[in-house]
Write a protein that binds this ligand. Structure first.
Ligand SMILES: [Zn+2]
Length: 431
């Protein structure tokens, strides 16, 4: 049943232009996916809402966009060169590679062959900078965006004239050479993160950690994710990553089980101190009010963009008797409104096109005149478009149209002139 649901979602994504297998004409490439016309809009809308929630709606977070390629010393200091590894075993017979913690028996689950001993496999993608491929020119594609924030702590502090507590937010690609990518866009080798690092006085870190946990849960409610499908999992001491003193996972109930979509960590002063030691530059904070110097603690909230997008799709997907509907909240829906002439004659397409052009300036609109109006509604229901405007014969007499809601399929009549205001209101209020 659950795999069945994932298959349906993967198929809808392809059919409607949300997500395609990457390089498909060459047979695809494992774990790489491309976002189509609707996928890219949904992704932008999710990122936009996160970005605004961090840097517009609050007064204590600055933005940053650091480069993907960084000085190799960054990854030495962060612990990734030495510690970002999975223990792997290979099957001696069929040569398949497995994560040691993911195999149950003593033999290969594929062919029954014997395993080699476990070997450590670094998850960072390595490449070379410049023309010479030698050890000294080895660089890495960043495995997380957080380090770009830490190494810019002093720059942002000085140029923004911030005082602690404050945060730095960043959205960007990260790369991990996962040996077992899986579950569609849930675990990919190339993915995007939305991370915010919040710098605080050490003695207030626990309080901020709790506060950010609550703020993030509130964000999921605002974006419209079903409450009963979300939960917090606090890490036991022995589950904690090396850099954190406390950690929560925000988990969502996917068809393949409860899985992490965001991590909330108290990273202490681990990263700033490591970079300070490794670079020889001070990354301390000077408090002008009392002359005190200290290394701030960091509370991190780190969410996956692709996982969030999958969460939104899974959460919105519903099958009804006569239709499949994606109940995406209007705020993040790729297309906000479809505009349809009831029939392709009597001047209705002309009026509908005029409405489309007027609405374009306010929101993403889709015009469709082909096929029966019922089929056009169904297509948009499946694409997640929350509203539909239909031009009919009455429009030609009194300048009114019908406005159909995707969720309850009810229609109301209103003046064409009222459309931009009404739709703008509906898109914001509901989200
Ligand atoms: Zn095997």
């Amino acid at each position: 049943m659950s795999n069945d649901l994932m298959e349906k979602i993967v198929s809808l994504c392809k059919r409607r232009g949300y997500v395609y297998p990457s390089s498909e004409i060459y047979g695809g490439i494992n774990s790489c996916w491309d976002y189509g016309p609707l996928g890219v809009e949904l992704k932008r809308n999710i990122k936009e809402f996160w970005w605004k929630s961090m840097t517009y709606y609050r007064d204590d977070v600055e933005g940053l966009d650091a480069s993907i390629i960084m000085h190799p010393m960054v990854w030495k200091a962060s612990g990734h060169v030495d510690g970002f590894t999975d223990a792997m075993v290979d099957c001696k017979k069929c040569k398949l590679r497995f994560r040691k913690d993911e195999i149950n028996g003593e033999v290969c689950p594929e062919c029954g062959g014997e395993f080699t001993g476990a070997r450590l496999f670094n998850l960072m993608f390595k490449t070379h900078i410049g023309a010479v491929e030698e050890e000294a020119s080895t660089i890495y594609l960043r495995p997380e965006t957080a380090q770009g924030i830490y190494v810019n702590f002093q720059n942002v502090l000085a140029s923004s004239r911030r005082k602690i507590p404050f945060g730095i937010a960043q959205i960007g690609k990260a790369f991990r050479n996962e040996v077992t990518p899986k579950n569609f866009i849930f675990r990919m080798r190339e993915f995007e993160q939305m991370e915010m690092q919040y710098f605080v006085r050490p003695e207030t870190a626990e309080e901020w950690f709790d506060r950010w946990r609550d703020t993030r849960m509130q964000w999921y409610a605002e974006i419209g994710i079903k409450k009963e499908k979300l939960r917090l999992h606090e890490h036991d001491k022995d589950e904690l990553p090396h850099y954190a003193s406390r950690a929560y996972d925000v988990q969502y109930q996917f068809p393949f089980g409860w899985e992490e979509i965001e991590g909330i960590h108290n990273r202490t002063d681990y990263d700033l101190k490591s970079h300070s030691k490794s670079s020889g530059k001070t990354l301390e904070y000077f408090d002008g009010s009392n002359g005190e110097r200290f290394t701030p603690y960091v509370v991190e909230v780190s969410a996956g963009v692709d996982r969030m997008l999958l969460t939104c799709l899974v959460d919105a997907y519903e099958e009804e008797e006569n239709r499949v509907v994606l109940r995406l909240p209007p705020r993040i829906a790729p297309i906000k409104v479809g505009v349809f002439p009831l029939v392709k004659r009597d001047g209705m397409p002309e009026v509908a096109k005029k409405i489309t052009n007027e609405l374009r300036r306010h929101m993403k609109v889709f015009y469709d005149e082909s096929g029966s109006v019922g089929r056009r509604y169904r297509r948009q229901d499946e694409a997640g478009t929350p509203f539909g405007v239909t031009v009919d014969s009455q429009t030609l007499e009194d300048d009114t149209v019908t406005l159909r809601s995707r969720d309850d399929m009810k229609q109301v009549r209103l003046k064409i002139a009222e459309l931009p205001g009404k739709l703008t209101e509906l898109i914001k209020v509901d989200a």
